[in-house]
Design a protein around this ligand. Sequence first.
Ligand code: AQP
Length: 354
Amino acid sequence: MSSPASPDQMGGQTPKAFKPRIFSGIQPSGGLTLGNYLGALKRFVEKQDEGIETIYCLVDMHAITVWQDPAKLRQQTREGAAAFIAAGIDPARSILFNQSQVGAHAELGWIFNCVARMGWMGRMTQFKDKAGKNSENVSLGLFAYPALMAADILLYHATMVPVGEDQKQHLELTRDIAIKFNNDYGVDFFPVVEPLIEGAATRVMSLRDGSKKMSKSDPSDQSRINLTDDADTIAAKIRKAKTDTEPLPETVDGLRDRPEAKNLVNIYSALSGQSVAEVVAEFANTQFGSFKPRLAELAVARLSPITGEMNRLMADPAEIDRILADGADRADAIARPILEQVYAITGMIRSRGK
Ligand code: AQP
């Protein structure tokens, strides 16, 4: 299901078909959360298991758009890789690597800085959220982040990108960059990618505030479930999760205007594989005092095997580094020829080694 530009977008040329290929990434900007697991990792594994070519990346260059302690960044990158593998990514079937080991990301990112428009970037809600009132003092990299993200994806001619809801706007920008590059240079070179935003948990919310997304960089550890949390911690966080005082409703519609209840039901649905309607039917009129222990039990059952496997993998960091190096070599072998074509299209002389 490739998505080349339409003939209109291509100035009348017939767009070429691109081979189905999935790319997605996660920032090692902290420990991964239940939100990253349900919105991204779990679906990365499903896509791998469908037999589509899958390329997954720990995007460490994105992580440093906000300050990262170097030792922690290294640790979080290895822990992120361990989480991918523990969740079911097979490094032999998927390509798994960290972004900074493949220099082509930064090189294409620069070219896209010259394609993307300031006005487009200024409209990115994630930038506005992260910069807040401090936009004069945040890094230039934070502003340019979506152009590097477009490079991550388009460097592989990826056609599909599984992400959580919060990344939708960045993917629209990736499409705009691909279309503008193709039009500016009169080529049919980059595919127009499809976001894959699917499932019951495309936006897992904070356990402390149903209007905020669960995030690894939220200052409150109580707001999220980390993939490294043990069973007691998970149960305690769910027990303390903010809710209203009503029992669960009898219909899905009854969750409207009840963000915290809706969040916990969505999490239950995503973890159990039941639809939201089935979960609502099962727990109709149930008080949170009874629902929360059931949710905690389910979360522990699903997450503790992953946590256990992550701990096992983290005991051998050299093996994780070896897996990342192997993935980076395989990623580079796809990316480099595509980047060389970009240099040729844009008029850069590449005479070294010829
Ligand atoms: N709460 C969430 N619900 C569903 N999906 C989510 N994702 C993140 N949070 C949720 C998805 O996880 C993937 C990786 O995200 P990221 O690490 O690249 O950046 P992010 O979206 O900014 O995630 P965080 O946890 O909020 O990181 P920080 O705190 O560092 O900014 C993406 O597919 C994302 O949609």
